[in-house]
Design a protein around this ligand. Structure first.
Ligand code: ASP
Ligand code: MG
Length: 415
């Protein structure tokens, strides 16, 4: 193993949307190389390629086999790696493009949402030792049998941080179309402020509750292997946001950001007999198909004899979740299964919540003042979330952003 400093740079789709942007990204990689670092690039598909491929698949088949969807979608990243290698070559430097299968990024076999099992460093190390910039296709994997898989939409970030962890990179740089992580989505909240430094846990929760700037599993890798992640603009040299381990100052800030998730649906089973084991049956069935459950909603009624048990889940998986619940509903003899697609979730996130009380009260009061009804509440150590009607979401986000004084400039702006 060489003692050289290694950096992983990841470029998202908008940062690679055309030839000029590919050259710009290539120049960044070359600059890092010339400064004496080893460079591994992870790239996404160009522009909206992945979305276009999904549409194409749906035009051909209303329910495309997942294996074939992976086969199709991974072509987007394959285009990018080859073009990037050519751009670097054109600038007079050596590079090599690698698919996940070629480098040995092994996943399980859950097509469209597989998980990384191991990453071999042999091929990458050999190419780096030969002085090349290594360009890796993000988002994709290969299972034990060599079948092509994908890690879930937006998961090029995950490829990047996982590689950074395995390779012992000094930093994983995420180049994107915004200049960092904001206290709220600036498109929805005009007063949103860029955060200079944020800890892994807060960022993880912000991503899980709706901040789309990074894939949440990517942050898990960063945290687990303590790789600093630097999110910044691919178009400018402006300072971005450093995602890193918590410092004591970070704890002082109670709420760091507010987020909105609009890609949710609530699936509920009504009239579930309130007996031990009912919830276990439902959630183990859902888990078996790898569907991610967001929040669980349960209400008892009829003197506690029956319950409504539901959960929020990603919209893209709600139809599948619904089918499972219908099947199970018959076996359990429930009254009915319902899906509510008109929901959104607003959340407030911050490490300081651990030691402060009154956050929930501030949140509910702010929503009440706006006459926004709360359908469900969930909390964890550093997050409070409310399910609201979809049309109330952006307004809820704005009122929480000001209720927690996130639009105010602050002197201790470090966490
Ligand atoms: N191209 C993939 C997607 O659009 C992966 C990524 O961009 O991170 O989901
Ligand atoms: Mg992305």
């Amino acid at each position: 193993m060489s003692a050289m400093v290694l950096v992983v740079q990841k470029f998202g789709g908008t940062s690679l949307a055309d030839a000029e942007k590919i050259h710009r990204a290539a120049r960044r990689a070359i600059r890092a190389k010339l400064s004496g670092q080893q460079v591994v690039l992870v790239v996404s598909a160009m522009g909206r390629t992945t979305d276009d491929l999904v549409k194409l698949a749906q035009a051909v088949c209303c329910d495309p086999p997942k294996r074939e969807l992976d086969m199709l979608l991974t072509t987007g990243e394959q285009v990018s790696i080859a073009l990037m290698a050519m751009a670097i070559d054109a600038a007079g430097h050596e590079a090599i493009s690698l698919t996940a299968g070629q480098l040995g990024l092994v996943t399980d076999s859950a097509h469209t949402r597989s998980r990384i099992q191991r990453i071999s460093r042999d091929r990458i190390d050999a190419e780096l030792a030969a002085g090349k910039i290594v360009i890796v296709a993000g988002f994709q994997g290969a299972d034990q049998a060599g079948e092509i898989t994908t890690l879930g939409r937006g998961a090029s970030d995950t490829t990047a941080t996982a590689l950074a962890a395995v390779l012992g990179a000094k930093c994983c740089e995420i180049y994107t179309d915004v200049d960092g992580v904001y206290s709220a989505d600036p498109r929805l909240v005009p007063g949103a402020r860029k955060i200079d430094e944020i800890n892994y846990d807060t960022m993880l929760e912000m991503a899980a509750t709706g901040a789309t700037v990074m894939h949440s599993r990517a942050i898990e890798f960063g945290k687990k292997f303590q790789v600093p992640i630097y999110v910044r603009s691919s178009m400018t040299d402006a300072e971005g946001t450093l995602i890193t381990a918590a410092t004591p100052g970070m704890e002082a800030i109670v709420v760091r950001g507010v987020t909105l998730r609009e890609d949710l649906a609530v699936v509920a089973m009504n009239g579930v007999p309130n007996t031990p084991g009912a919830a276990a049956r439902i959630f183990s069935e859902v888990a078996k198909s790898n569907i991610l459950i967001d929040d669980i909603v349960q209400n008892l009624y009829d003197g506690g004899r029956v319950a409504n048990i539901g959960f929020s889940t990603n919209s893209s998986e709600s139809a599948e979740a619904m089918a499972i619940c219908r099947r199970l509903g018959k076996q359990l003899g429930v009254d009915g299964v319902e899906i509510d697609e008109g929901v959104s979730k607003v959340s407030a996130v911050g490490l300081g919540m651990r030691t402060h009380s009154g956050i929930a009260a501030t949140m509910f009061e702010a929503l009440a003042k706006e006459k926004i009804n709360i359908d469900n509440i969930s909390t964890s150590e550093i997050v409070i979330s409310c399910i609201v009607r979809r049309e109330d979401g952006p307004r809820a986000l704005r009122c929480l952003h000001s209720a927690f004084e996130l639009d105010e400039p602050r002197e201790d702006d470090i966490a």
